[in-house]
Write a protein that binds this ligand. Structure first.
Ligand code: HEC
Ligand SMILES: [Cu+2]
Length: 339
């Protein structure tokens, strides 16, 4: 995560269509039917509006009381007419229901051969993990900011198994018409099959605190033959040739979204800034203090609640089991280098 807001066009929102009937790119198998239902509902509502309001205006004018001798008609009802205005809407209601129900069932029944992806929401970023792939969240750099990246092959079903570490978030891919709450303490699932290559934005669509609006991610749909290469590029987090250990540490820092809560100078965000951290004396809420060294930084990352820095609350998640030794060494070297 994402320290500053990335404008959605930078996340890959394709240009809007020229047609006023087309809402968004229809980039998944669900999109066409859901859009169809939406347009159908809108059209039926529009026609009903014209019929009801039109009849009302017509009768107001036609049957206006012209004088004291105008008598109210003795007719009390018309059985055929009343049957028609009940039965015809009932048929439309059944069509809405059956259409909606078929889509609902389809949205909730992922095919058994779907690729599984695990999504974890937390304030304020998404961790995207592929079981069997040895890496933390897959990420990409958008406009200088690190954003979580969901890579999917075109034409293959993908199932998302989602949970939250803190509050309720909601995972939303508008171009796919996929939206599902992500709830602490339980797993929710969603699935789709992408039908169009390209990059599309992912939003959190459940207000979850300060940085909710920057809780963004990117989905990238690639041709099936490019999938392995794209995954490999996104999941390798190793020190590159000619990269210093500090440069690698910076990459680790960004991929684990430390910058969503920490600044590189001494300014305060959700957590303390890292400028000049190494070597200083840090005090904690329990009144104790230590001189900041490698062991303290390592402990802060693996077991963040062991010592809570005075003036802060225990909001940092643990990274135990996610950051390996090489990455940890580089991360510490990087934090140490910040003046
Ligand atoms: C959700 C926000 C959040 C994220 C993400 C986060 N931290 Fe923290 N971090 C905090 C808070 C809040 C504190 C202060 C409270 C405490 O000591 O736990 C803190 C404290 C620290 C400290 C001790 C700082 C000091 O001044 O003594 C270190 C070191 C640290 N974090 C490193 C990291 C690293 C490295 C990452 C990324 C791998 C990271 N944090 C990700 C919120 C966060
Ligand atoms: Cu959120």
């Amino acid at each position: 995560m994402i320290a500053t807001f990335i404008p959605p066009d930078k996340l890959g929102t394709p240009p809007m269509s020229d047609s006023p009937w087309e809402l968004l790119p229809t980039a998944s198998n669900h999109a066409a039917s859901l859009d169809g239902l939406y347009l159908f509902l809108t059209a039926v509502a529009f026609v009903s509006f014209v019929l009801v309001i039109g009849a009302m205006v017509y009768f107001i004018i036609k049957y206006k009381r012209r004088g004291d001798n105008d008598k109210t008609s003795p007719l009390t009802h018309n059985g055929k007419l009343e049957f028609a205005w009940s039965a015809i809407p009932a048929v439309f209601l059944m069509v809405f229901f059956v259409w909606g129900e078929l889509d609902f069932v389809k949205l909730n029944a992922p095919p058994p051969d779907a690729i599984d992806v695990r999504i974890t929401g937390q304030k304020w970023y998404w961790t995207i993990e592929y079981p069997g792939r040895p890496v933390a969240s897959t990420t990409t750099v958008v406009d200088g900011e690190v954003a979580p990246l969901l890579i999917v092959p075109k034409g293959q079903p993908v199932r998302l198994v989602m949970t939250s570490k803190d509050v309720i978030h909601s995972f939303y891919i508008p171009a796919f018409r996929v939206k599902k709450d992500v709830v602490p303490g339980r797993y929710t699932t969603a699935w789709f099959e992408a039908i169009q290559t390209g990059r599309f934005p992912i939003f959190c669509t459940e207000y979850c605190g300060d940085e909710h609006s920057s809780m963004l991610a990117v989905v990238e749909v690639v041709e099936p033959e490019d999938y392995e290469a794209a995954m490999l590029a996104a999941t390798t987090l190793e020190q590159g040739d000619g990269e210093t250990v500090e440069q690698f540490g910076e990459k680790v820092y960004k991929s684990y979204a430390c910058n969503s809560c920490h600044a590189l100078d001494s300014s305060v965000k959700v957590g303390p800034g890292f400028g000049g951290l190494y070597g200083k004396t840090e005090s904690f809420t329990d009144g104790s203090s230590v001189t900041v060294d490698e062991n303290y930084i390592r402990e802060s990352i693996m077991d963040p609640n062991a010592k809570i820095v005075a003036g802060f609350t225990p909001q940092m998640p643990t990274f135990a089991g996610q950051i390996n030794d090489d990455q940890m060494n580089a991360l510490i070297a990087y934090i140490r280098s910040l003046k």
